[in-house]
Design a protein around this ligand. Structure first.
Ligand code: F0G
Length: 354
């Protein structure tokens, strides 16, 4: 049977019934790539779960299919969210499928261009506020409490339910649960969702163990690591530029119960990992995703992982969403020459490929 999205694949684990109208883009079923070069370099068995392969280019589609399906079941006329970009793209796309309105609040000037273009073309009402994500979320929480719009940030438990399917897929793809699961942490919904998914799969007898959860925040936006709200978060990884995560408690529980760790990585470490995964594994991810890999590299260099550990690193979003950051932060540009053979040959000579 062809893949028809995470609700149909994992219905017994999800809050749906025969009456729930399934709104889907056939999200999920993303690749789990064996990262052979990085594995050798880090002396672990590293796999990359490439969530950039989802229909809107990030993991958000998994939770949004459930949240929007339930919103439609409950006769919602409109959904609303705050976003650093990916949630808004996903909400806008699934609301379009459902035929309901979508309103998104994003931080003006701090959202990747591709994500902004997505929300706009899917037909959402896009409001760019002169403030950060935390301010946007505060406004959206208040407005959705006082009016009839349905909140589709991960405070909506249906989002977490859908996102936990990524943990199921990893166990199904590997044939076992990994020893470690590494992911970037922003609003902390995803770490909460993965942990719930791994626990449920193990209880259902469909996984042999639960992994230790490893969360990574950007150093300029690391409230959980620092143990306090960061009023003015800053990082090149705009997706996780969050100073007061809504699911802080969920993250804390995941870390405690799994004997996990949360650490921070600098923007320099993020940019280095961002280039490394593209050049060694052929995977173009967005900077926030690279934060998780930067964290795994850092821990591996401290000999944190026992030899032959099975480590899955979640690559949460596609690199094509944010090409401006690629060119700017990595200082990359093409070599421009006249259209003459000798000029091309002289370059080929210089890079030793003749
Ligand atoms: N990676 C990417 C690419 C993201 O877009 C996000 C969050 C995260 C990681 C962190 O996940 O918030 O569950 O801890 N993006 C949200 C958004 C905030 O609005 O798109 P989290």
């Amino acid at each position: 049977m062809i893949w028809q999205g995470v609700i149909r694949a994992y219905a017994p684990f999800l809050p749906v019934t025969g009456k729930t109208p399934i709104v889907t883009l056939y999200e999920g079923n993303t690749i789990l790539l064996s990262a052979s070069h990085l594995s050798a370099r880090l002396r672990i068995n590293l796999y990359l779960k490439f969530e950039g392969q989802n229909p809107t280019g990030s993991f958000k589609d998994r939770g949004m299919t459930v949240a929007v399906s339930k919103a439609l079941e409950n006769k919602a006329r409109a959904v609303m969210c705050a976003s650093t970009g990916n949630t808004s793209a996903s909400a806008a796309a699934l609301a379009a499928r459902a035929g309901i309105k979508c309103v998104v609040l994003v931080p003006d000037g701090y959202i990747a261009l591709g994500k902004l273009a997505q929300a706009l073309i899917y037909g959402a009402e896009v409001i760019a506020i002169q403030g950060n994500f935390d301010a946007a979320l505060q406004l959206v929480r208040k407005i959705t409490q006082e009016h009839s719009l349905t909140l589709v940030n991960s405070l909506n438990p249906h989002r977490i339910e859908g996102q936990k399917t990524a943990a199921f897929e990893i166990c199904d793809q590997l044939g076992f649960a990994p020893d470690y699961l590494a992911l970037p942490v922003g609003n902390a919904g995803n770490i909460t969702a993965y942990w719930k998914g791994f626990k449920e799969y193990a209880s259902a007898g469909r996984a042999n163990q639960t992994p230790r959860m490893l969360g990574f925040q950007a150093a300029g936006a690391a409230p959980i690591v620092r143990g306090e709200v960061v009023p003015e978060p800053q990082t090149v990884a705009t997706a996780i530029r969050i100073g007061n995560p809504a699911s802080w408690q969920g993250a804390r529980q995941a870390l405690q119960e799994s004997k996990g760790r949360i650490e921070m990585v600098t923007d320099e470490e993020i940019v280095a990992a961002y280039q490394l995964v593209a050049r060694e594994e052929g995977l173009f991810v967005e900077p926030a995703s690279a934060a998780a890999l930067a964290g795994v590299i850092k821990l591996a260099n401290q000999d944190f992982f026992p030899p032959a550990s099975q480590v899955v690193c979640v690559m949460t979003g596609h690199g094509l969403k944010d090409p401006d950051t690629t060119l700017q932060t990595c200082h990359l540009q093409p070599t421009v020459v006249p259209a003459r053979e000798e000029r091309i040959l002289s370059i080929l000579e210089k890079i030793n490929v003749l």
